[in-house]
Design a protein around this ligand. Structure first.
Ligand SMILES: Cc1cc2nc3c(=O)[nH]c(=O)nc-3n(C[C@H](O)[C@H](O)[C@H](O)COP(=O)(O)O)c2cc1C
Ligand SMILES: CCCCCCC(=O)C(=O)O
Length: 401
């Protein structure tokens, strides 16, 4: 049976992956209210069509930073994706190349920057940057990304410390993995996954390994990445330091407040990504889509605003565009695809999102992203009752799954 949508890929991924890996991907921080809020806020927005418009040709492509994207989304940075499938970063990059959309490589990738470029020579590759204590490490990553022809740098700023990921804590999730009887049983129940891991070995933070240039990388940096402990002395002034190293587009990812959008403009960012890290950091954070209009307003058309968090349908993409985003990032959606079918699975998810985006735009009477506007979005419908009472709906969904 072909998988018809992202949620079906998610359910298949849940069966195919050991529970601790699935939970690493699927989970959020604390009570996972922010994770749920992203979905609720998108679902509660109705779309209002304009009828009797010529939609004989609909083009969902956009142009950003001098590149045409075949669809208005990119693949978000995903650290430790190699746990889902060996070579995940290269497979996702190739899927993005196939779909004609950018791929953002995480600092915490398990494939080296240069190897991802070699695997996807025609892809629009962006580099996500985590700055840990030793600035020299970030500098080296930026230099290597530039040399490998990466086109934009995305500085993630919402991880001064890790969010409290209780699903991970429950599983004793860490690297190297601490094997308990429960995790051994969990893995043994997923022999295909286990065989792949056995063949490739445990994923490493590939960009932090000593490289051809012989520069040593400290164990401290590895540990910082593992515990998601970033440099807390990083401030808006630090953008000037990055500017000296990177002359291409520089985006700041993880902003939710209008004043921060204005600061980004003032400090010379070329774009921002409105994001709550997919509900994995501050559980009390708002849904990205809820703050998007204020962020777009604050950016005032001076720099493009991208958004991520909860994108599971083409209609979600369209809602973000209608509220002023120039494009969106999809994180878990292509990752579920990767878990189901490797590169082809990830590509299928990207194609599904593109088809749904095109169908939704056609139904709205919009032939191009630029024709979408706030008039296409109605007032949020009241949340379903079960999100109003105590536990968020995700608990009910999980129990039913
Ligand atoms: C498993 C996983 C790993 C992630 N790793 C990173 C990362 O290394 N760097 C980063 O900036 N964001 C990371 N993110 C956040 C995503 O880039 C993105 O902001 C988020 O997934 C968007 O929400 P969505 O998954 O609902 O699409 C990660 C997300 C997930 C699910
Ligand atoms: C366990 C290492 C994870 C590296 C960073 C990944 C990330 O940002 C996340 O949200 O998870």
């Amino acid at each position: 049976m072909p998988l018809l949508n992202v949620e079906e890929h998610r359910r298949r991924a849940r069966r195919m992956l050991p529970r601790l890996v699935f939970d690493y991907v699927d989970g959020g921080a604390e009570d996972e209210r922010c994770l749920q809020r992203n979905r609720d806020a998108l679902e509660q927005l109705p779309l209002i069509p304009e009828c009797l418009r010529d939609t004989s040709t609909v083009d969902i492509g956009i142009e950003l930073f001098g590149r045409r994207w075949r669809a208005p989304f990119a693949v978000a940075p995903i650290g430790l994706a190699g746990l889902v499938r060996p070579g995940a970063d290269a497979l996702l990059a190739r899927a993005a190349q196939g779909a004609g959309v950018p791929f953002v490589l995480s600092t915490a990738s398990n494939t080296r920057i240069e190897d991802v470029r070699a695997a996807a020579p025609d892809a629009a590759l962006w580099m996500q940057l985590y700055v840990m204590g030793e600035r020299a490490i970030a500098e080296r990553i930026v230099r290597r990304a530039r040399a490998a022809g990466f086109e934009a740098l995305v500085l993630t700023v919402d991880v001064p410390v890790s969010g409290l990921r209780e699903r991970d804590l429950r599983h004793g999730f860490r690297l190297p993995m601490r094997l308990t009887p429960a995790t051994v049983l969990d893995m043994a129940r997923h022999p295909a996954w286990l065989m792949r891991l056995a063949r490739s070995g445990m994923p490493q933070f590939a960009n932090l390994l000593p490289d051809d240039d012989g520069a040593p990388v400290s164990a401290q940096a590895q540990a910082a990445l593992l515990s998601r402990t970033m440099d807390r002395r990083l401030t808006w002034e630090s953008l000037a330091w990055l500017r000296k190293l990177w002359d291409g587009p520089l985006l700041v990812k993880g902003l939710l407040g209008a004043e921060d959008a204005r600061r980004a403009v003032r400090h010379g960012a070329d774009g921002i990504v409105v994001s709550n890290h997919g509900g994995r950091q501050l559980d009390a954070a708002p849904a990205s889509i809820a703050v998007l209009p204020a962020m777009v307003d604050a950016a005032g058309g001076r720099i493009p605003v991208l958004m991520d968090g909860g994108i599971r349908r083409g209609s979600d993409v369209v809602k973000a565009l209608a509220l002023g985003a120039r494009g969106v990032l999809a994180g878990r959606a292509p990752l579920y695809g990767l878990a189901c079918g490797g590169e082809q699975g990830a590509l299928s998810v990207l194609q599904l999102l593109a088809q749904e985006t095109e169908r939704t735009m056609t139904l709205l009477g919009a032939t191009h992203a630029a024709e979408l506007g706030p008039r296409h979005v109605g007032r949020p419908e009241p949340p379903p009752k079960d999100t109003l009472q105590g536990k968020p709906a995700i608990y009910a969904a999980r129990a039913a799954a």
